[in-house]
Design a protein around this ligand. Sequence first.
Ligand code: PEP
Length: 249
Amino acid sequence: MKRDIIAGNWKMNNNKEQTVALINELRPLVKDAKCEVVVCVPFTSIETARKALRGSNIQLGAQNVHWAPKGAFTGEISADMLAEQKVKYVIVGHSERRQYFGETNQSVNARTKAAIAAGLKVILCVGETLEERETGKTATVVTKQTLEALEGIDKLGLKKIVIAYEPVWAIGTGKTATAQDANDTIAIIRKVVRKLYGKNYARSIRIQYGGSMNPGNVKELMAMPEIDGGLIGGASLKAKDFAAVVNDR
Ligand code: PEP
């Protein structure tokens, strides 16, 4: 049986003190969650968050990982470094990384492989821009992103992956894809997984929706059969809102 997964993406927010405060407020609010709960914190908060999360049902996540085990990659963090810090999940290929830091499907694939090899689970992000949606390219774009991100990853590796469908135009904008549109696009992504790995893997992989998911729209989105969770940006920075998403899904 697969379990829904709600993950918070804190992005570049929260110093150590704020990390402790947010986690302490969140812990009791989600303690009875029926789904998996993850918070993906900035690198500088990882150690603080790990301590603050001890004994809770919330798992620790990071927001990026490099593909190389070590070396001359100024500003980057390796998968082993994250694993050493007991990080469980890492976001790879977030649209902000693609948009501002030149992330490509190939670098997303390399980062994903490195993370899996180090024992991490990956939240692998795909999604179309507004222009791509308006010109009817959504299916082509998410198919290509998914195919290329999964290139060379075997079935064992796939089991470590959660895909997040995040239409770029819905991230941080307050605009949400309609539940039907989100469902339909996730069905396209699932079809790609089915082609690559077969129907059992397609059925069991979890595919989240992300893009302005909040307490007001979570029920409608999560009622859709293809949506197995959410990747939450803005609403994950407020304990009550994030908890409402976790508990109302
Ligand atoms: C995200 O950053 O992954 C995201 C979905 O952000 P928001 O919820 O703020 O749209």
